[in-house]
Design a protein around this ligand. Structure first.
Ligand code: FAD
Ligand code: NAD
Length: 464
């Protein structure tokens, strides 16, 4: 039995960041992980592999559609799917090994195996019981099934994102159930690789929690790229053989039933917290009615010395949200003032164009009765975007009508996921749109579109 200041259960972005920060703050730290490799969902079967396939398939798109326009004559590119998967796996390995290196460097012990909490202050891994003054639950999430539908996931024909990241071959047809982040990112990957992709979405808009204008533009652009959409449809059944599937859905407005035959079905209707096997019920840890570990807003559970972070608690299921909570908990345990500003957590979809947002949507401001103004700038007026065949989309900044303080930003366009961060920093500092508008932005960059949108909140943009 070993004795620690902190044991973290789970080594995803929440857990591994928390472990490293605890060690940096002088706490004797261990992290329990049951997978073969560190890094959690994000590094093994989430953010990193999906971005590798998005990158590879985007390069294919560029070669097929834009090379010739720039005077680059190459033979028609061919896809070697096995090699593409090997590139993705190599990217995963580099990242997961990187965490192993960081653990060694920071003297974090990796306790290999599945952990449970038999009582407060104790963590059991295999036959070993370790003591810890503090225990952090960072066990993440798993794919949820289609609510109310008859479906069996085999990760070959009917897959979650995990199976979709390693299909045996590129399918001819794919039905994506759920037009959210996973469905549209992975749907884009396969569409670019030549698969006929049909997205079935329950609601009338894709990525339903996003700003309505962005969501509409996003669906239109994806449609132009070849994805088909069936909106306002509830899937009731997925019947599969070893090689094919039939998806039954109801048009919710017309109340008519339809069927689609397909080769692969991707179920991407959300994720749910994963806390199996921890023994939380016996320990008396309070849960929310959505199955999340309940915390007091400062990541403490109702059991003294037991904390929780990341996808297994409430809030957006995002790697950087989990990381921020990991750091904040480490600081809180070390006696510092751990803090996360939940009002400034960006969200990004890594399609092409990318979609990024932070802060309030117009819909939320309207509902709150807040007086606001909109500064919008189309990438069509941005020289760099035009040169790079990336002029689809816009930047939209929402600012308080009276004070000009930035309340939110919504970007659909090239490198939106990077551009959003100047708005995040601005919001952290309570910036007015004019502060962004008066900041010199290098030319020619995509970031000039952000400045122009900020100018549009005041006397007006220059290039539109
Ligand atoms: P996880 O990353 O889920 O890690 C939890 C770890 O705990 C797992 O490794 C698990 O094996 C381990 N564990 C669980 N129980 C035990 C136990 N009892 N004992 C030992 N170990 C245990 N987010 C983004 O911000 N950007 C993206 O681009 C993005 N892309 C994604 C793409 C896909 C396909 C998916 C599925 C998710 C994506 N996400 C993305 C979401 C992101 O992966 C999660 O929000 C993030 O991983 C949550 O981190 P976490 O530390 O809470 O949990
Ligand atoms: P999601 O919540 O983003 O989208 C689920 C979609 O499925 C919604 O549009 C919803 O209306 C729809 N839906 C629900 N039930 C349905 C039904 N019966 N029939 C048809 N559609 C239905 O969930 P996701 O795409 O599975 O992603 C899960 C989580 O992973 C998200 O919380 C997301 O934050 C995270 N993630 C993030 C990224 C990123 O940051 N780039 C990438 C992938 C995943």
């Amino acid at each position: 039995m070993a004795s620690y200041d902190v044991i973290i259960i789970g080594s995803g972005p929440g857990g591994y960041v928390c472990a490293i920060r605890c060690a940096q703050l002088g706490l004797k730290t261990a992290c329990v992980e049951g997978r073969e490799t560190l890094g959690g969902t994000c590094l093994n079967v989430g953010c990193i592999p999906s971005k590798a396939l998005l990158h590879a398939s985007h390069q294919l798109h560029e070669a097929e559609h834009n090379f010739e326009k720039m005077g680059l004559k190459v033979a028609a590119p061919k896809v070697d799917w096995k090699a593409m998967l090997a590139y993705k796996d190599d990217t995963i390995a580099q990242n997961t090994k990187g965490i192993e290196f960081l653990f060694k460097k920071n003297k974090v012990d990796w306790l290999k195996g599945w952990g449970a909490i038999p009582e407060a202050g104790k963590v059991k891994v295999g036959d070993e019981v370790h003591e810890a003054k503090h225990i952090v639950i960072a066990t993440g999430s798993e794919a949820a099934s289609i609510p109310g539908a008859e479906v069996e996931i085999d990760e070959k024909v009917v897959v979650t994102s995990t199976g979709a990241l390693e299909l045996a071959k590129i399918p001819k047809r794919m039905v994506v159930v759920g037009g959210g982040v996973i469905g549209l990112e992975l749907g884009s990957v396969y569409s670019r690789l030549g698969t006929e992709v049909t997205v079935i979405e329950y609601l009338d808009k894709v990525t339903p929690t996003m700003d309505g204008e962005v969501s509409k533009t996003f669906q239109r652009i994806l449609g132009r790229q070849g994805l088909s959409f069936v909106m306002g449809a509830a899937v009731s059944k997925v019947a599969a053989t070893k090689t094919k599937a039939k998806v039954t859905y109801t048009d919710r407005k017309k109340e008519t039933e339809h069927e689609i035959d397909t080769d692969v079905v991707l179920v991407s209707t959300g994720r749910k917290p994963f806390t199996d096997g921890l023994g939380l019920e016996a320990l008396g840890v309070k849960m929310t009615d959505r199955g999340q570990v309940a915390t007091d807003g400062h990541w403490k559970t109702n059991v003294e010395g037991v904390w929780a972070i990341g996808d297994c608690i409430e809030g957006p299921m995002l790697a950087h949200k989990a990381e921020d909570e990991g750091m904040a908990v480490a600081e809180s345990i070390a006696g510092q003032a751990g803090h996360v500003n939940y009002g400034v957590i960006p969200s990004v979809i890594y399609t092409h164009p990318e979609v990024a947002l932070v802060g309030a949507t117009e819909e939320e401001l309207k509902e709150a009765g807040r007086d606001y103004k909109v500064g919008k700038f189309n990438f069509m007026g941005n020289g760099r975007a035009k040169a790079n065949f990336a002029a689809d989309g816009f930047v939209k900044i929402l600012a308080d009508k009276a004070t000009d303080r930035v309340l939110g930003a919504h970007i659909i366009g090239p490198m939106a996921g990077d551009l959003i961060h100047e708005i995040c920093v601005g919001m952290e500092f309570g910036a007015a749109a004019e502060d962004i508008a008066r900041t010199c932005h290098a030319h020619p960059t995509y970031s000039e579109a952000v400045r122009e949108a900020a100018l549009a909140c005041g006397d007006g943009p220059i290039h539109s």
